[in-house]
Design a protein around this ligand. Structure first.
Ligand code: SAM
Length: 244
């Protein structure tokens, strides 16, 4: 059995999808409000910057992986209503909230896929743009996921990942670690009545790959012209990869 990280715990790789799924089922109804509280609203600015880099006006077929409650997917289709959009997430509760937001906005032409990216193999379908925000960390097998993503991308297509990172300054990094490991689980306990899920989310930030490691993984999977954009607060970054 291959052991992998689930926060600070080492678990069997086969158990990770269910463990992660339990976390998102538990946090789903407080997910949006918790994001605002935990990031002091900054995730909205980061997502705006991410959307700007997607070059959405010239995209046709778009896949948002780990769409969660739909923040990115909704912005993308609002900015270019002519895209063919697929929203993928293995968690039923998260994707139901996403669906409801789309329906409330009168957007019905979206393909919802309830599965992990490692299992998504649509017959003859490829995408010009593939995005994943704050989801890469939760994947079970990053190598298989990236191999699949590059197959799903059209030649000339764009792949963007946004996720947390540790700050480069050592003192700031220590403060950020203290905040994630000690404050976030307590906010989770207070607001979402769920300390352990937020402990996992905080620990998964600390055990996550560095931006350079992600760049190397992208190169190994066959992506080219990789760019890394550090967001101003230095706690999250965006990777852009291309299929040439
Ligand atoms: C932190 S949420 C991110 C939601 C949204 N993208 C955002 O930026 O707010 C992470 C999402 O990743 C999804 N996820 C977990 N494992 C996954 C996998 N193997 N493939 C695709 N999505 C996955 C979870 O179900 C969850 O909804």
């Amino acid at each position: 059995m291959t052991k992998i990280k689930f926060g600070y715990k080492d678990i069997d790789e086969l158990d990770k999808p269910e463990e992660v799924n339990n976390v998102f089922t538990s946090v789903s109804n407080k997910y949006d409000v918790m994001n605002d509280i935990m990031s002091f609203g900054l995730h909205r600015l980061w997502k705006k910057q991410f959307i700007r880099l997607c070059n959405i006006k010239s995209q046709k077929k778009v896949l948002d992986i780990a769409c969660g409650t739909g923040d990115i997917a909704l912005e993308l289709i609002k900015k270019n209503p002519s895209i063919e959009l697929t929203c993928l997430d293995p968690n039923t509760e998260m994707i139901e909230i996403c669906k409801e937001k789309f329906i409330n906005k009168g957007i019905t032409n979206v393909d919802y896929q309830i599965k992990g990216i490692e299992e998504y193999k649509p017959e003859g379908k490829k995408f010009d743009l593939i995005t994943v925000t704050f989801g890469f960390r939760n994947f079970t097998n990053h190598k298989i996921a990236l191999q699949n993503i590059i197959k799903l991308l059209e030649t000339g297509g764009l792949f963007l990942i946004m996720d947390f990172k540790k700050p480069r300054n050592q003192l700031y990094s220590k403060l950020f670690k203290f905040y994630t490991l000690n404050i976030i689980p307590n906010i989770g306990k207070l607001i979402a009545k769920d300390e352990s899920s937020y402990r996992y989310l905080a620990e998964s930030i600390q055990t996550y790959y560095s931006p350079d490691e992600i760049r190397d993984m992208l190169i190994k999977a066959g992506f080219s012209k990789i760019e890394i954009v550090n967001l101003p607060e230095d706690v999250a970054s965006i990777h852009i990869g291309r299929k040439v």
